[in-house]
Design a protein around this ligand. Sequence first.
Ligand code: 3PY
Ligand code: MG
Length: 270
Amino acid sequence: MNPFKQLLRRSGQQPLLGTWLLSASPLLAEAAGHAGFDFGVIDMEHGPLDMAEVVHLLQAIGGTRMLPLLRVPWNDTVTIKRVLDAGATTVLVPFVQNAAEAAQAVAAVRYPPQGVRGMAGMSRAARFGMQADYMAQANKHIAVVVQIETEAALAELELIAAVDGVDALFIGPTDLSASMGLPGQLTHRRVMDALAQAARRCHAVGKPIGSIGVEPALLAQIRAAGYDFLAVDSDLGLFMQAARQSLQALRGRDTAEHVHDLAAGTRAVG
Ligand code: 3PY
Ligand code: MG
């Protein structure tokens, strides 16, 4: 069975906790794994990653207990084929708008006759040809998580969740807020209500659901709504937070203010 699906089943009432990997740094990805995150999202949609970097991140994470979710830049059959060959076993597909698009994502991860994934024996996924049963097992082994991140997609939630091969849904609160005419207002009541309602509806049809809590109030709401897996923070976000806090403690003021003074030529020592 797919390790992410297995972990979701085992986790019981506690949500799985993951983080976002945006920095293209295998070292930070490995460190995140050792820090204890259950999953790490390798983000090709918004992170500056090409396929070689994806391989290096998968290799780094492979030495830890953290499970990789590979977010592809788009619901694109060719990219999905390439990340699967690189060894991804769970793909996160952004902006899935309806059941037909969800079915397209599922077809991309399955070899014919169930799908359209192109075949190659000499792949990292098949241990360079050493895993003889890879092709026989892959269709059952790969998991698909589709992102719901517009109001139009929310309206189709049950139909998307019902597509054979969709293993879980993931709400993208930032894009959802934009589609609701509230760009970036993640803690707006309407956005938070939509998140809570999505969890209820998804659970009513028996599918796990995940999201990301980029702000404490949003995170609290997502936890209270019973989400099954949550991403918190990111490698870059954690670094920036720690770096700014550390400088603020030494300077007694935030970087934004400091940079403003530097620009104005009034640098204060401290
Ligand atoms: C979103 O919030 O739009 C995402 O895709 C996850 O960060
Ligand atoms: Mg998004």
